[in-house]
Structure formats: structure tokens, C-alpha cells
Design a protein around this ligand. Sequence first.
Ligand SMILES: [Zn+2]
Length: 342
Amino acid sequence: MKILLPTSTAGSLPKPSWLAQPETLWSPWKLQNEELVLGKKDALRLSLDDQLRAGIDIVSDGEQTRQHFVTTFIEHLSGVDFEKRETVRIRNRYDASVPTVVGAVARQKPVFVEDAKYLRKLTNKPIKWALPGPMTMIDTLYDDHYKSREKLAWEFAKILNQEAKELEAAGVDIIQFDEPAFNVFFDEVNDWGIAALERAVEGLKCETAVHICYGYGIKANTDWKKTLGSEWRQYEEAFPKLQTSNIDIISLECHNSRVPMDLLELIRGKKVMVGAIDVATNTVETPEEVASTLRKALQFVDADKLYPSTNCGMAPLSRQIAQGKLNALSAGAELVRKELQA
Ligand SMILES: [Zn+2]
């Protein structure tokens, strides 16, 4: 990235009200069939426009192409029965009714590749595309076939690698894997989670990122955060192994969190997407607040490796607030850019 402190978002942005109910997480589509295909494209253009107006440097589809960051991908795979549902505990935090793995999982056709080609045609800016990570995928399913979390994760990693290679060929500059599960299952992360992620990025020439956060601002997550004490040291568990991994960029939650900033020292040398926008509050950050978080991160991240970003996705926020936060991110990054260049 030639520009200093290139800004981006960690993930989703609000959807227009004609596509899905706003301010609602995982809100169902309001359109169907061909109307839905066109509606998602229109929403992608709007979301891109919002990012460009705010001066965001690395843009995305704002996840207008998916209802849920994990299940929309899984819906396109064979081997998973969406009618056969079981209640499981997601990330040890909340119960959800999830589909069942009933046979060998496989990708019959590309999932997001056409959407990525469309985004590529619309802009010359670097583009980032998010996919779910293997460990977070298995944690969102009931497995009645492999009976092994590791084995299922490995199968998903191979599928993700097929998709990632086609996204790269479509012109995606950064492929990001969302792995909030890395903040929960520490033994598995080190035993096979990071290895599965490396399988997913095998052979890619574009940049790769892993996003590890404390989740959307939903009640189950905010309640969980209250139990984590005064210092959130979860990142400490995965960082040493991530530092030596093939993943180029680590995307993290920082602003308004209790993550001790000095943990970033553990991934020194990696590029870091520093969350400088809190997605769990409707209060729009001031540029100075954003700049303050970035300055703290600069103690542990070299300036040429710092990517200002949001803590997580902004789908549950109103469009107005999300736009305010995008503007604040840009303005805050610009303040620090000027200081660094002075
Ligand atoms: Zn997140």
C-alpha cells in the first residue's frame, strides 16, 4: 500500500431499507430471485459510494452481498442441510439454531466471485474481500458427519482456498478471513486453527488478513465483555503463532476496548488493522479520538504497517451513524498522517 495509514473497515456496513431491515443484525432479504440479485448490486454501489465519499482508502462491498458473515457462504456449499437444524452454543456465548453437516462438504460453484468482479469494475482503489475463517465456520454448524472439529475445519480451509484463489484472480487485493473464534478456543487455535487458516491462504499472491474481534455490539457480546475483567488479554494466546504465520495483516479491536495496546508488540513485523472505531455505540468518534487510538498503536506498530480500521462490522448501526464513523476514521487518520509527515 503506497499511501501512509490506509483506512478500511473491518467488515459490514448498513444495508439500505429496501434490501433488508436496517439496524438489525442478520436481517432477512426483502427481495427475491432476480430482484435480489440486482438489489444487492445496487446496494454494493451505494456502499462503495459511501466509502469513497468518506475517503476510505481500501474499499469493500460493505458485505451487501450477504445476510450473515458465515452462513451465506455455507449456503453455497453441498454437504450442509439447512432444513435439519440443531441448537448449539456459538463461541461458548449464546445459543443458536444452526444447519447440520450431513455429508462431505464441497463448493459446487464460486460464491462471491461475480460480486467481487463487479466491485473491481467500479473502482481503481484497492479492494478487500471478507470470507469466514475455518474455525468460525465450524463453530456455526452442527456436525453429524466428520465428528471432528479439526477435520471439518480442514475441509472448509480447502474450500476457502478455492474461493480465495478465484477472488484473487478477480482482482481482489486483500482477502480477509473473519475468525472471532480465535478469541475463544485458545488450545484449538494453536493446535490446528492457525494451520487451517494457513491452508486457506496457501498459494495466494494477494495480501491476506485475519480479523479477530470481540463481536458485534449485540447483547450476548456486550454481556460477555463484562465478564472479561479490566484487561482483555485474549489476543495474547494467538499472537505468538500468528506472528510466525503466513498471514500478512492482523485486524483487531482496539478503540474503547480493554485490550492492552502493548500486546501488539507480540505481532511486531505484521501489518495491523487497528480498530479505531467502536461499533458497539451510536456515539460517533471525534477525529481526535481516532487519532489518539492510532498514536497509542504507533508505539507498537511501525507506521508503514498501520492500517486504521473499525473494530468490527457496522451493519447494525444506522446509515447516518455509520457514515459519521467512516468520516471520523478518515479525518483521524489524516491527523496522524500529517504528524508523521511533519
Ligand atoms: Zn468482527
